[in-house]
Design a binder for this molecule. Structure first.
Ligand code: UDP
Ligand code: MG
Length: 334
């Protein structure tokens, strides 16, 4: 028996999961990076590497480009349409069987050095299950980092698990963790939250993402706001509590003001000053009511999406190194 240390087990396998969406221009460079990483991993740790790329409904010829330039053992899982990166990552994890799984972007923003450092940490310390890269946000504006801080402190309040700040999908985990993650079948996925929810022993290492070599980020400001809301509706009841609290405070203020008016009329005979105050109260409370309704609507919408028995994504086909495997159209994974 080789002992319990994962270092002691020979021929460990590493799966690299990388989603892509319209990244034809990065294909060659990313394939080269994967090659380099594979060589380093096999030289240092004797690990075998398998690459799992997920074509998240690219509208260009990304998949063909990747198929031309990838080498070694690989597969490209082509989804039936664009499902979003969060879902694409799940599709990759579903395919993975490795002892370790590395998730990285295919736009070259996630470097080989950091990947290798994370893998090294995981190989060398059997006490750790996950090593994730934490963006040090050196490039972010002050306003943006304050917003991020506020977001994390809100979403992490009264939670049994903490979603670490600025930690994304760029991470290495043991196979057990990857399998645990595939058991979380949320349809509206907020990976940062799911990674945290799953637990295990996690370790952060700081990094600054590389600049994008080509194309643009698929995240607009509006996307980011919607995504943050997704985080709340998936993981936090805090917004509902805050709104309930503000409703309570408004009611309290109304009651105090009412009492004041009542006593003024009773003891001093002062007539209540008319419409302006009334209008303010009506508009304020009306606005508050609508906001609350909208927010409840968000949570109801999430509940509705989760309760529909749809699969999280649909696979169009899988192209593999050496062979092509085309399941019957409409084959689905749930
Ligand atoms: N991506 C994806 N599906 C999408 C959007 C993005 O698979 O709907 C991929 C994209 O090709 C890249 C990674 O996810 O490999 C990160 O996307 P992006 O660079 O747009 O995000 P950012 O780096 O700005 O966070
Ligand atoms: Mg990127």
């Amino acid at each position: 028996m080789p002992g319990l240390s994962p270092m002691a087990e020979p021929h460990q396998t590493l799966d690299i999961v990388a989603p892509f969406f319209n990244e034809a221009q990065s294909a060659a460079a990313f394939a080269a990076l994967l090659d380099q990483l594979e060589k380093a991993v096999s030289r240092r740790f004797g690990m075998t590497v398998h690459k799992i790329l997920i074509d998240d409904g690219s509208r260009d010829d990304s998949a063909e480009r990747f198929a031309q330039v990838l080498s070694g053992s690989w597969e490209i899982v082509r989804l039936s349409r664009n499902f979003g990166k969060e879902v694409a990552v799940l599709a990759g994890l579903d395919q993975s069987r490795g002892d370790m799984v590395l998730i990285m972007d295919s736009d070259l923003q996630h470097s080989m050095d950091i990947s290798l450092r994370m893998i090294t940490e995981l190989v060398e310390d059997p006490g750790i299950d996950v090593v994730y890269a934490q963006n040090d946000r050196r490039e972010a504006s002050w306003r943006r980092s304050q917003m991020a801080r506020l977001f994390y402190s809100l979403i992490n309040s009264s939670q049994r698990f903490d979603i670490p700040e600025n930690a994304g999908d760029f991470r290495v985990m043991r196979g057990t963790v990857a399998r645990a993650l595939t058991s979380l079948r949320d349809k509206r996925r907020f990976n940062k939250g799911l990674f945290a929810w799953a637990g295990f022993h996690q370790k952060a290492i700081p990094y600054s993402p590389e600049d994008r070599v080509s194309g643009t980020s698929k995240w607009s400001r509006l996307n980011l706001i919607a995504f943050s809301l997704e985080g709340f509706t998936s993981f936090s009841v805090i917004p509902l509590r805050l709104i309930s609290l503000s409703g309570l405070l408004a009611a309290l203020a109304g009651a105090i003001y009412g009492a004041k008016v009542f006593f003024e009329v009773l003891f001093y005979g002062i007539a209540v000053p008319g419409y302006p105050s009334l209008l303010v109260a009506v508009v304020l409370l009306g606005g508050l009511n609508l906001t609350l309704l909208g927010l409840i609507g968000e949570y109801v919408w999430v509940t509705l999406s989760e309760s529909k028995d749809r699969p999280v994504y649909i696979v169009r086909d899988v192209v593999r190194s050496g062979a092509s495997d085309k399941p019957a159209p409409g084959t689905r994974r749930t």
